[in-house]
Ligand binder design. Structure first.
Ligand code: NAP
Length: 286
């Protein structure tokens, strides 16, 4: 069994990006800029936004975090996004989710200029992903494929099972695995015999948001297991994934840990997407 470290891979990739970004001031007379909008004080969101700002610093991307109260009006948010869309110094606009309940999330995401949608959640980017045309890929699914490839794990022809069908993880990662020629099964809360479905997987991607849900009996010997979940263990209060790591790891060939697995890769891919958007804005080669 081998642990795939997203922390190590992301540190390496961010280091390489920093070297490239360091040449931009000379080449383009400006640096990439990411603006993150945070509405409210949700502890998880505040911590994610802090992590994104820190990564920007490491890579040399300019970062601004705009904080609003929980009561911000949808119209105010839309106006700020319009302003950022029009600002040629801004390459990426990210609205931290979840938004307060009175705000229509889809309307906000759709208002971001497609060329600045560093999260890859804009409907036009989603359409491009499913049409297999050039687009900004959503960060977590992109990071998962990078994790697999970093260990030269064969995806082609393998049975991949994705637990979860959300728009931000389950569905897009299923499409990326399909594009890599895996045979993909998507399972969800209405799937019958879920354990049996999961057991069939050569590659098991788990993104359901239930602490330690995947137990050893649900995993085939030698499978590759990627744990996307971020949960609090009720007993210890510590962060944990959707996979019962201690029980499952010995059965696997490769597995990721929480924390230190998919999470750092998500942020790393956000940095990569910001650099890609910058280069497109500069009409430079990606
Ligand atoms: P989500 O939108 O809540 O979707 C959860 C999915 O899991 C749904 O498709 C749901 O099925 C399915 N599900 C829930 N309970 C299930 C069960 N008992 N059996 C089978 N399927 C079940 O969650 P998400 O946004 O995809 O996030 C999933 C997890 O990943 C969360 O813990 C989140 O914090 C984490 N996450 C981590 C990162 C990272 O960078 N590390 C990024 C994004 C998300 P239905 O569709 O049938 O309801």
């Amino acid at each position: 069994m081998q642990i795939i470290s997203g922390k190590e891979l992301s540190d390496k990739l961010k280091g390489e990006m920093a070297t490239e970004v360091a040449t931009f001031e000379n080449r383009f007379k400006r640096l990439p800029k990411l603006v993150v909008i945070l509405a409210g004080n949700d502890a998880g969101s505040v911590s994610y936004v802090t992590g994104k700002a820190k990564a920007c610093e490491q890579v040399g991307i300019l970062n601004e975090t705009i904080r609003y109260s929980e009561t911000i009006l949808e119209t105010e948010l839309l106006q700020k996004i319009a302003e950022l869309n029009a600002d040629s110094a801004v390459d990426g606009v990210l609205v931290q989710l979840p938004l307060p309940k009175h705000i229509n999330t889809q309307k906000i995401i759709s208002a971001i200029d497609q060329s600045k949608d560093v999260d890859g959640f804009h409907p036009l980017n989603t359409a491009a992903l499913w049409n297999k045309t050039e687009c900004v890929l959503p960060c977590t699914p992109k990071g998962i494929i990078k994790l697999l490839k970093s260990e030269n794990i064969e995806i082609k022809g393998k049975k991949a099972v994705v637990l979860g069908r959300s728009n931000i993880v389950g569905l897009p990662v299923s499409k990326l695995l399909l594009d890599e020629n895996a045979t993909v099964t998507i399972a969800h809360s209405r799937t019958e015999n879920l354990a049996q479905v999961a057991q069939d997987a050569d590659i098991l991607i788990v993104a359901i948001g239930k602490a330690k849900f995947v137990t050893a009996d649900m995993v085939k010997k030698g499978a590759v297991v990627i744990d996307v979940g971020v949960n609090r263990d009720e007993r210890t209060g510590k962060l944990c994934g959707d996979v019962d790591f201690d029980a499952v790891a010995p059965k696997t060939s490769y597995i990721t840990k929480v924390p230190g697995g998919v999470g750092p890769m998500t942020i790393c891919c956000l940095m990569e997407n910001t650099v890609e958007c910058f280069l497109r804005h500069e009409n430079a080669k990606i």
